[in-house]
Write a protein that binds this ligand. Structure first.
Ligand code: NAP
Ligand code: FE
Length: 375
């Protein structure tokens, strides 16, 4: 058994300002990686800039990170950061800018390597990364993963290198600007991390501490998420308290700590096809498969599935599935797409190995057809 979690995490209101000296200790020229709009709107970017300005630390902002960032985007950004001679990287935003920041930090530290090194198993180190999440799902601020879109393969995959941020500054106030759908989708991503990590080949006592705590915490978020889904005319700013936002962030980091020990499993593997081809947001694309994944798992080990259900407070996978459909909605694909996605998942040996039992193509098709509308 092993356990490794090297990121220093502060989860508190105003943690960026409170821990500015630590943030500044990671370098002397900062490359800031963020998305187009949200970090400006929710105050996270300004919080960082005021600290850098106050300390006269030179910085460059790259704000062109798209959702599900591509290999091409991180390669372009790394060239710009290298020209600027930045010596540390600050990722601000959802999982997309945080994952991009990790890949960019790797490419910047290894300019002799091309983008090809992202998916090669080689000993490479990255520049220090500071991660400031503004969504409540990926846990990227505490995981070693950086999921990129690989257009050449028409799918998404985490790079082959483990890049843990040195520092994670997690403040629920940045969720104030998020839409109901963004909160719901990303909270369901955190749920998927807890479920997949608990029902995983590498699950062990250490990761149970995180996945089981995360599941119990998530059960307390169910009423708030139900409210968000049922009152789309109201914003999360109206419906969520400061405590709710902090609990959403806590669930996300705890779930990240769980997958940092195990990785994710089949719902994530299938989700990459749904996101790439159907454009479904990441958390929704994972969440729609959870109940069917648990049904499949229960064919071999019903006890662990019942443990997950009891921590979540749902009597059955049918009830959990109905709840998730209610807050997420449904996704429709064609039969041909279903066949293609099943083939792609069956070709993904490393993800199949995260499932502790033998699973054949029929098993993957069952998960797909029980989760999606097929036309
Ligand atoms: P995201 O793709 O980072 O962001 C989605 C959208 O939300 C963007 O339009 C973004 O706008 C906006 N946004 C972000 N924070 C906001 C806020 N506080 N208020 C309003 N809008 C906000 O979404 P995500 O679900 O957090 O990340 C998904 C990515 O993470 C996927 O690529 C997924 O594969 C990856 N992931 C990584 C891990 C890991 O362990 N590393 C785990 C799970 C998933 P802007 O573009 O303007 O910022
Ligand atoms: Fe995820």
């Amino acid at each position: 058994m092993q356990f490794f979690a090297p990121t220093r995490v502060y989860l508190e209101k105003d943690c960026v300002a409170n821990h500015k000296n630590e943030l500044l200790s990671y370098g002397s020229r900062a490359f800031i990686i963020t998305g187009k709009h949200s970090s400006k709107a929710n105050g996270s970017l300004d919080d960082v800039l005021s600290i850098l300005d106050e300390a006269s630390v030179p910085y460059l902002i790259y704000n062109d990170i798209e959702e599900n960032p591509s290999v091409e985007t991180v390669t372009k950004a790394a060239g710009i950061g290298k020209d600027f001679q930045a010596d540390f990287v600050i990722g601000i935003g959802g999982g997309s800018p945080l994952d991009a920041a990790k890949a960019i930090a790797l490419l910047m530290a290894n300019p002799q390597e091309g983008a090809g090194c992202l998916y090669e198993s080689k000993e490479l180190t990255a520049l220090p990364v500071v991660a400031i999440p503004t969504t409540c799902g990926t846990g990227s601020e505490v995981t070693p993963n950086a999921v990129l879109t690989r257009h050449a393969f028409k799918t998404k995959k985490s790079i082959s290198h483990n890049i843990y941020p040195k520092l994670a500054l997690v403040d629920g106030k940045y969720l104030s600007s998020a839409s109901s759908n963004l909160i719901i989708h990303t909270a369901v991503d955190a749920l998927a991390h807890c479920v997949e990590s608990r029902l995983h080949t590498k699950a062990n006592v250490y990761n149970h501490m995180f996945s089981e705590y995360g599941l119990a915490l998530w059960s307390r978020l169910v009423p708030a998420l139900t409210q968000l889904a049922g009152q789309k005319d109201k914003t999360p700013a109206d419906l969520l308290s400061e405590e709710d936002r902090e609990a959403l962030m806590l669930a996300s980091t705890v779930a990240g700590m769980a997958i940092a020990q195990t990785s994710t499993s089949l719902p994530h593997a299938i989700s990459y096809e749904i996101t790439y081809n159907q454009g479904v947001p990441h958390g929704m694309a994972c969440g729609i498969f959870l109940a069917a994944y648990m049904d499949e798992y229960a064919r071999n080990n019903a006890e662990d599935v019942n443990r997950v259900l009891s921590l979540l407070g749902f009597p059955s996978t049918d009830d959990l599935g109905a709840f998730l459909r209610k807050i997420l909605g449904t996704v429709t694909i064609t039969e041909a797409e279903c066949d293609l996605y099943a083939d792609k998942v069956m070709a993904n040996a490393s993800k199949l190995s995260t499932y502790p039992f033998a699973i054949d193509r029929d098993g993957i098709v069952r998960i797909l057809t029980h989760s999606l509308e097929i036309r």
